[in-house]
Unconditional design. Structure first.
Length: 566
């Protein structure tokens, strides 16, 4: 790998035996070269080509990971120009013709992974190190991540861990027993744990301008996600903490990627330091996308979310009323120092130059809309929309601030709501733990919230809510609600606080992670663990401000949350 750039298309040497059988699960008319079933991958070149071939397959499901999470959530809504496929996703009217429901694309990734895992020669060593250990672990992570996306979208799926080389085998697998979310997660927790600390491969080269180091799934973060979905919350918190607090490479939330007011007397336009396209510090992993169809899969997200010359400026998705309301409901706080005094200032909630400047400012820096002068016969839309988060060259799988929020969710559900809230309001470090977490919780949480800190880490710590809502540590309106009357025991207090802190975390995930493909799955995770379908149904059916009664009734049935597996 001596070139500075490669396309995944040219590296695709590992074949898939997956094609559309009568079940539409598997594809058997592949134009790719098909290895013999007993062929062993025993050369470094084989390894590189095979791993990048899997990344090529992941490109086909990349846009879907965003759209299935956003279109079915409550933060965006479809426009009149949206495709019928997107409109049907938004109303949960699923049909086999919908291009976003093609399950065989997921199994193509899985079958490539299975082939590699079963055929790579893991015994080869050089200078005491297993040559293919990193690739082997990376491919296991690709497979587990793809299965997680598959099962949270489809509810129950066949678990296939052997490569399928014939149509008969594919049909047998499609007809096999289906596993639910918890079963799939528990299987892959066991599968990945032995490789939790194996480093990812290092290749020279880029795709879409991104270095290959970003193409691989961080194993401990994935284990945290699997545990979170499986209801193993303390284990989830342990994996997240272990990853974020790595003594050699601590992962801090990107609080420098902020937007805020700077003048306490003038509120015209906030200062934004938010730059997703160039912020590699925030990015942990992604699926790289090509710039030309000839090289591989080109993302269509830009044309769906934004006005472009390709779509005549007619965008298909736009922020919903729920997104606007959630953002405006936040209370922005400024810490202001003057003449040796410190005060807090709260910007006005009326009279702003634009309503999107009320409350949290992340929405305003990621979204803009402008009018264009043109005659009434023009083929172009007179309104131009831009969502800055939508990037053509890659689709995010993990970024650091969102991992911190998952860590907060896991801590809260493990019984440590004050520790979780500390991440939101103050930033979790040893000093803040002493100040803002009660003594019993600190003792019980122990190693889950303590870090081997450096002075750099301490200087960078601040609450994630501050990224868009100012100096949250000073905000008297941002707090854990307390019961009107004292509760008898510490555990009673914890039980009372947990769902309320959980709600603050889920809101923060929406403010921070909007338009990235998280929202529907975050709502579903809460609704499933509370066994409360109305939690999801109410929010999604009110995405446009008023309840859609037909959609609400549909979503009270959990079976309607999942895509049909044909």
């Amino acid at each position: 790998m001596k070139k500075n750039h490669f396309s995944l298309f040219t590296l695709l040497l590992l074949a898939t035996a997956m094609l559309t059988a009568c079940s539409d699960l598997l594809d058997t008319e592949s134009e790719m070269v098909e290895f013999e079933e007993n062929n062993t991958l025993n050369h470094p070149t084989d390894s590189v080509y095979s791993v990048m071939g899997i990344v090529n397959q992941m490109q086909k499901i990349a846009d879907r990971t965003v759209l299935l999470g956003e279109v079915r959530g409550d933060l965006v809504t479809t426009t009149n120009e949206a495709s019928s496929d997107l409109k049907r996703l938004a109303t949960f009217d699923f049909d086999a013709a919908n291009k976003y429901l093609r399950v065989s694309d997921y199994y193509a990734v899985i079958n490539n992974c299975n082939y590699f895992i079963n055929h790579v020669d893991t015994t080869l060593e050089r200078r005491g190190r297993k040559i293919f250990e990193r690739e082997y672990a990376a491919v296991k992570a690709f497979r587990a991540w793809t299965y997680l996306q598959l099962v949270i979208n489809y509810g129950e799926v066949p678990l296939v861990t052997e490569p399928l080389m014939t149509e008969q085998k594919a049909e047998e697998a499609a007809a096999g027993e289906r596993k639910g979310i918890e079963e799939i997660c528990n299987y892959f927790i066991n599968d990945l744990t032995p490789y939790a600390y194996v480093k990812t491969p290092q290749y020279n080269g880029t795709v879409g301008g991104r270095e290959s180091e970003y193409f691989f799934i961080p194993m401990r973060v994935l284990l945290g996600d699997l545990c979170l979905w499986a209801g193993r919350y303390r284990e989830a918190a342990t994996w997240y903490h272990d990853f974020l607090g790595d003594k050699d490479n601590p992962i801090l939330p990107n609080v420098t990627n902020y937007v805020r007011w700077t003048n306490p007397t003038e509120f015209k336009r906030p200062m934004s330091n938010y730059d997703f396209d160039n912020d590699l510090y925030e990015l942990l992993s992604c699926i790289p996308m090509e710039s030309r169809v000839f090289d591989g899969e080109v993302s269509d997200l830009k044309n769906i979310f934004n006005s472009t010359s390709q779509n005549n400026y007619y965008y298909q998705l736009t922020p919903s009323q729920s997104m606007r309301t959630l953002s405006a409901d936040q209370v922005y706080c400024m810490r202001y120092e003057y003449t040796n005094m410190i005060d807090t200032i709260y910007p006005p909630r009326e009279g702003m130059t634009d309503d999107i400047y009320i409350g949290d400012l992340r929405f305003s820096t990621n979204f803009s809309m402008s009018s264009k002068r043109q005659d009434k016969y023009s083929d172009y839309n007179s309104i131009e929309q831009r969502i800055n988060k939508v990037i053509e060259t890659y689709v995010i799988t993990y970024r650091r601030t969102m991992v911190w929020l998952k860590y907060a969710e896991a801590l809260c559900l493990a019984g440590y709501p004050e520790s979780a809230f500390c991440i939101l309001k103050y930033g979790l470090c040893n000093e803040n733990a002493e100040l803002y977490i009660n003594e019993k919780e600190r003792a019980d949480a122990a190693g889950l919230i303590n870090f081997n800190e450096t002075s750099f880490m301490r200087s960078m710590v601040t609450g994630i809510h501050s990224i868009g809502s100012g100096d949250s540590e000073c905000n008297m309106f941002y707090f854990i609600p307390m019961p009107e009357e004292g509760l008898e025991t510490h555990q009673d207090t914890v039980n009372w606080e947990m769902p309320r802190v959980e709600e603050l975390i889920i809101n923060e995930m929406a403010l921070e992670g909007a338009f990235e493909g998280n929202r529907f799955f975050d709502l579903m995770r809460v609704a499933l663990r509370r066994n409360d379908p109305a939690y999801l149904a109410e929010r999604i059916s009110k995405r446009n401000g008023e309840i859609d009664e037909a959609l609400y009734q549909k979503l009270l049935n959990k079976d309607n949350w999942f895509l049909p597996l044909k």
